[in-house]
Design a protein around this ligand. Structure first.
Ligand code: SF4
Length: 339
C-alpha cells in the first residue's frame, strides 16, 4: 500500500535545527559537545541505582503534541533563539551558554553528585541522538570512572529512535559502551495515522522506534520500549476494536522478541513546560481533548497479561524519567538470546 506523505520530514527538520544550533550540515553532531537546556535535575531512582541526574538537551525532529521542545523548532523560532531569550532557565554556572563540551558536563555532574558510588547521568529532550559524539564521550568517561575509582555510572538516553533507524551505522560509534549506556525508546504510535497525529511527523516513520529497539538489543545495548503516553496512545473508541493500538503494540514488540512486551514503560502526559497553556491548546487542536489515561493503562495491563507477557514493574507510574532497567533479568535474557 502506498503512503502519501503529509507530515513533517524529520530528516529536514533535524538538519535545519542542527545547522542553526551547531552550524553543521551533518545529520547528527560528531563533535564531542551537547547543547543543553538544563543540567542535572536530581531525581530519586531505583534504590539499587541511587540517584539519577537528568539533563535536557535541545534539538528535536518531531513535534509531539504534549512537548515544549519542538514548538519552537516548528514555528521557526529555533531553540537557540529561544534560549537567548530565556537565559534565567540555566543553572548558574552554565548561564547564558547553550553548547558545552561533553567532558565539562561529565565533570560538572560528577562534582554535583559527590561520593555517590552508583548513579545515573540521564539525558532527555529534546532528541538525544543528535549529540552522538557528546554521548559517546559521556560513556567513555563513565567507563574510565569505573576503572579508576570503581564508581558505577550509567549514561541514560531517552530517545525517539529515529536516527538509529535511519542510519544503519549510527551505533558503530558507541560500540564497547554497552555496559554503561541504557536507552529508553519512545513509542509514539503503532500505525501511521496515530503516529502522525501525536508527533506531527509523517506517518511513514511510525515503525522507526521499533526498528531502533531491535538494532539496539541486537547490538547488546540495554533498551526498553517506553514513552507510551497513555493520554494519547489510544482512546475509548479505538480500544473497542478487536485490533487496536494496544494489540498492535503487543504484536510488534513480540515480533522483536516474545518477552519484550513485558519491558514496556508507560506514563501519563506531563506538561513540564514553559507554556503549559500553549501545549494544552496544541493537544486540543490535535483532538486530544478527552484523554483517558486510566482506560489505556487498564487495557495495556489486561491485554499484556492475557497474552502471557505481564508488564514488569521496573518503573511503575514512571514520571518521564528515562527508563533504566539494567538489573532487569528479562531484558538481560533478551539481549543474551540475540548473541
Ligand atoms: S516528546 Fe521527544 S520526540 Fe517528541 S517533540 Fe518532545 S523531545 Fe521530540
Amino acid at each position: 500500500m502506498s503512503y502519501k506523505a503529509s507530515g513533517i520530514n524529520p530528516a529536514e527538520l533535524g538538519e535545519a535545527v542542527l545547522k542553526r544550533v551547531y552550524g553543521t550540515d551533518k545529520p547528527f553532531m560528531d563533535e564531542p559537545v551537547l547543547a543543553l537546556y538544563n543540567i542535572g535535575r536530581k531525581i530519586e531512582h531505583d534504590p539499587n541505582w541511587g540517584l539519577c541526574y537528568v539533563s535536557d538537551v535541545l534539538i528535536c525532529n518531531y513535534s509531539c503534541a504534549h512537548c515544549w521542545v519542538s514548538i519552537y523548532a516548528r514555528n521557526g523560532i529555533l531553540e537557540s533563539d529561544f534560549m537567548r531569550k530565556k537565559p534565567q532557565k540555566f543553572v548558574s554556572n552554565f548561564r547564558g551558554k547553550i553548547i558545552h563540551p561533553a567532558d565539562t558536563i561529565f565533570d560538572y555532574l560528577e562534582k554535583k553528585s559527590g561520593d555517590v558510588r552508583k548513579k545515573i547521568f540521564a539525558f532527555t529532550g529534546g532528541e538525544t541522538l543528535f549529540h552522538r559524539a557528546g554521548l559517546k564521550v559521556m560513556g567513555e568517561l563513565a567507563k574510565q570512572a569505573a576503572r579508576e575509582t570503581g564508581k558505577k555510572i550509567i549514561i541514560g538516553i531517552d530517545t525517539n529512535g529515529w536516527l538509529i533507524a535511519e542510519h544503519k551505522d549510527y551505533l558503530d560509534a558507541w560500540e564497547g559502551l554497552q555496559d554503561v549506556m541504557s536507552l529508553y525508546v519512545s513509542i509514539k504510535g503503532t500505525e501511521p495515522k496515530e503516529f502522525q497525529r501525536f508527533t506531527g511527523v509523517d506517518g511513514r516513520y511510525y515503525d522507526y522506534p521499533f526498528i531502533a529497539l531491535e538494532r539496539l538489543l541486537k547490538r547488546g545495548f540495554f533498551a526498553i520500549p517506553g514513552g507510551i503516553v497513555l493520554n494519547t496512545f489510544a482512546d475509548k473508541h479505538s480500544l473497542e476494536h478487536k485490533i487496536n493500538p494496544v494489540t498492535r503494540l503487543h504484536e510488534r514488540l513480540s515480533a522483536i522478541h516474545p518477552e519484550l512486551p513485558c519491558t514496556i514503560s508507560y506514563h501519563a502526559v506531563s506538561m513540564r513546560a514553559h507554556d503549559p497553556k500553549a501545549l494544552s491548546r496544541r493537544m486540543k487542536s490535535r483532538g486530544y481533548e478527552k484523554t483517558t489515561p486510566s482506560l489505556v493503562k487498564e487495557s495495556l495491563i489486561n491485554y499484556f497479561n492475557k497474552q502471557g507477557s505481564p508488564i514488569l514493574e521496573h518503573l511503575p507510574e514512571n514520571k518521564g524519567i528515562p527508563g533504566i532497567v539494567l538489573k532487569d533479568k528479562t531484558l538481560t535474557e533478551i539481549i543474551a538470546s540475540f548473541k
